[in-house]
Design a protein around this ligand. Structure first.
Ligand code: BDP
Length: 715
């Protein structure tokens, strides 16, 4: 017995140290580095010098003071002079920039950019983080910590970075009652909380740290479906408190506004943007906001969309509405982010409507208006072609809106790494100015040199201990931020960094988890809406399959049949010039490529084409057979993810291991649910068998149709 215990203890000490974790620390865990790396760095980093005093610089100092001793397992001195080797963090204007020979290089750094350099100063090695301004210094500090966390040594550092987009925002769809629209990670971290509770103060600070570490510099605190109440002084005072917590991390706050606020709050007879009283009300409101929050970012506006009020209620245009708000914010330096998510129950194909409505307004917006466009023309479906607005609006700055929360991608139950989806859109060629006019380049100022460039991601953050509900969903917050900073990073690179910081630097952990992540988006598309299918999910909650849903009296464009058009003759939405002609909204040669089923990428095939069940696919299979194949590839891949994850037992901490394992079981069951539901339903039209080499369905279509999920707990 005794002997057995001794062996057990020995094994425990030899095994890698794995602490219990609940995911709260995200990718900022600062675990002790490998001993050899620690020893090398202890020589090189004897002190930290951060001579400047701004609150942002203090955040950089606090992060280093927290991270370095933990990673190096030794106390680190703060010092004022360059007497010993160590880390120096400065901005371009500090005299050290000159002494260290960096002034010249820094003069050409982009806004918020930074350099990381190893330089020799009086025979001592200095690791220098040099920011264009204090924000750049903060971002450089986090970049340095990322290099350390991911196992790099700091010899011969030569990094030069500046962000792709000037405004890099999260959009929280948080309601003032504390619920989160399409949020699957608990209640709001902003609303219906005790702002002075220690746990909330800590949350806000840790939120700010996490965002600063990936370069996010703005956040919209409330739902785009905004209530006028948001702009009452009671709430603005809360906003000021939150702004105060985010400011030291260089994060500005923004608010979603309700276009009817003047009428609802100000008692004005209407909210017509051309009514001088209305314009005046907004001017005064802006003044009140900036008195409380001098660096307030601006307004995000969802207007005349899904029943919300807007300028069209008064016969005015989106430009009239946006410009009136822009004029109110202009003297304070604020921005209007006006959403283009508009569609009405008209005969026009929903996928065409945003373009139809906004394209004629190009050139009519004030210079502090940015039009915020969802990545695809419908609504955050698992896969959409890019919105044809990208590239088409030459005189108006557009900004991308991605969704980080997994509204249509299995909520926080499914493991779906979204970087490949973001990249697919950012790297897509619009051809608006010839080959190579990628979506990213139409937005980042390289094709259209607008004063403002921006990007937004709909947050997946809530009050769950692990912030995002699913431990792996943290990677989507991370990846969004990294791509907002540099859209040229690859999905693989981002996954690799994230796994290293979040789980472990060991190759046996990094390789399997990141490969699984890399396969996960295509897998989810395959088991839910393959080959360009879209909007066939459950009514309202958007979880699980419901290609059959009918709702008497509901808008046609909220129902799945509108999108899949399944019939005895085939499947898919004809958006070619023989159908709705949505393809005409794209530039040539893409237009012709999409318009022709033989050249349309198969991933978008049923988005643009209605094809017969026997249509020959590139694989040699018929469309019906290919559909079966894709659904099975999807479900089989999820079973593979389960095996991969199970092989991580003991390699990652037990708490997160179990949590992810549990979610993968749900995902595997859901994937089969999707597969059986869609194939059995489409089979009622195709009237063709499922070939025998495939698994037999385990559900019955009629039973599946009875499933009515109550997702109330999510909101
Ligand atoms: C859809 C969501 C809805 C949002 C809307 C929007 O289902 O909850 O309010 O988009 O973006 O994806 O405004």
């Amino acid at each position: 017995m005794r002997k057995f215990m001794l062996i057990a203890i020995l094994v425990a000490t030899l095994a890698p140290r794995i602490n219990a974790e609940n995911g709260y620390r995200l990718w900022l865990r600062y675990e002790p580095l490998e001993t050899t790396q620690q020893n090398a760095l202890k020589e090189r980093i004897r002190q930290v010098v951060i001579p400047e005093q701004s609150s942002v610089m203090q955040s950089a100092a606090a992060e280093l003071t927290k991270a370095l001793p933990a990673m190096l397992q030794t106390p680190i001195q703060r010092a004022q002079s360059l007497n010993a080797p160590g880390i120096v963090v400065i901005t371009a204007t500090h005299p050290y920039a000159k002494q260290l020979g960096l002034r010249q290089d820094m003069s050409t750094l982009g806004e918020e950019g930074y350099l990381l350099r190893t330089v020799k100063h009086q025979n001592k090695m200095m690791v220098v983080v040099a920011g264009k301004n204090d924000a750049g210094a903060l971002y450089g500090t986090y970049a340095l910590l990322r290099l350390l966390q991911t196992g790099n040594d700091l010899t011969n550092l030569n990094v030069r970075e500046a962000p792709s987009f000037a405004h890099r925002l999260l959009n929280h769809w948080d309601n003032l009652n504390g619920t989160v629209e399409r949020g699957y990670a608990g209640h709001s971290i902003w609303w219906n909380v005790n702002l002075n509770a220690d746990s909330i103060i800590a949350r806000h600070e840790d939120y700010a740290r996490a965002n600063a570490s990936i370069g996010i510099n703005g956040t919209v605190l409330n739902n785009v479906n905004a209530t006028p109440q948001m702009l009452t002084s009671e709430y603005l005072e809360k906003v000021a408190v939150i702004a105060g917590r985010l400011r030291p991390y260089h994060i500005k706050v923004y608010l979603s506004i309700n276009f009817s606020s003047p009428k609802e709050l100000g008692g004005i007879e209407n909210s017509d943007p051309l009514n001088p009283q209305v314009a005046q009300w907004w001017k005064e409101k802006a003044t009140e906001i900036y008195r409380l929050i001098p660096d307030f970012g601006g307004f995000l506006v969802k207007a005349n969309s899904e029943g919300l009020p807007g300028p069209q209620d008064y016969g005015r245009t989106h430009a009239d509405g946006a410009n009136m708000l822009a004029d109110a914010l202009k003297p304070h330096g604020g921005l209007v982010m006006w959403r283009a998510f508009v569609y009405n129950p008209t005969p026009e194909d929903r996928a065409k409507q945003a373009y139809s409505e906004f394209k004629p307004l190009d050139g009519q917006f004030r210079d502090n208006v940015i039009v915020q466009v969802k990545n695809g023309p419908i609504d955050f479906q698992p896969r959409e072609p890019f919105s044809p607005m990208f590239g088409a609006m030459e005189k108006t700055p557009l900004m991308m809106e991605f969704q980080i929360t997994q509204e249509y991608l299995g909520h926080s139950n499914h493991l779906v790494y979204l970087a490949p989806m973001y990249k697919e859109v950012l790297d897509a060629d619009t051809y608006c100015k010839g080959t190579g006019s990628t979506v990213a380049k139409t937005l980042d100022g390289s094709i259209y040199p607008h004063q403002h460039t921006a990007i937004a991601g709909v947050s997946n953050i809530g009050r769950d201990a692990n912030w995002c509900g699913h431990d792996i969903a943290q990677s989507n917050w991370y990846a969004y931020g990294r791509l907002a900073w540099n859209h040229q990073l690859t999905s693989e690179q981002i996954a690799d960094e994230w796994v290293r910081m979040t789980f472990s630097n060991q190759a046996e952990v990094v390789t399997p988890i990141s490969s699984m992540m890399m396969a996960s988006h295509q897998t989810c598309v395959d088991y839910s809406m393959p080959l360009g299918l879209h909007h066939i999910m459950g009514w309202d909650h958007h979880y699980g399959p419901e290609p059959w849903t009918e709702f008497p009296g509901a808008r046609a464009d909220w129902l799945p049949q509108y999108y899949h058009q399944a019939s005895a003759s085939g499947l898919g939405f004809d958006r070619t010039d023989k159908g709705s002609n949505a393809t005409a909204q794209y530039a040539e040669p893409l237009r012709s490529q999409l318009n022709d089923a033989t050249t349309c990428p198969e991933g978008y095939l049923l988005w643009f084409h209605h094809l017969p069940w026997d249509y020959p696919m590139k694989s040699g299979r018929t469309l019906w057979h290919e559909l079966i194949e894709r659904y099975h590839v999807g479900t089989n891949n999820v079973r593979g993810f389960q095996r991969t994850w199970d092989s991580m037992e003991g390699m990652v901490d037990a708490e997160r291991f179990k949590a992810v394992q549990y979610k993968l079981k749900i995902q595997a069951r859901d994937a089969i649910w999707w597969r059986d539901a869609c194939l059995l339903y489409f089979q009622t039209f195709s009237k063709r068998p499922i070939p025998l080499e495939y698994e037999r369905p385990i559900h019955d279509l009629n039973e599946l149709k009875q499933i009515k999920l109550d997702m109330g707990h999510h909101n």
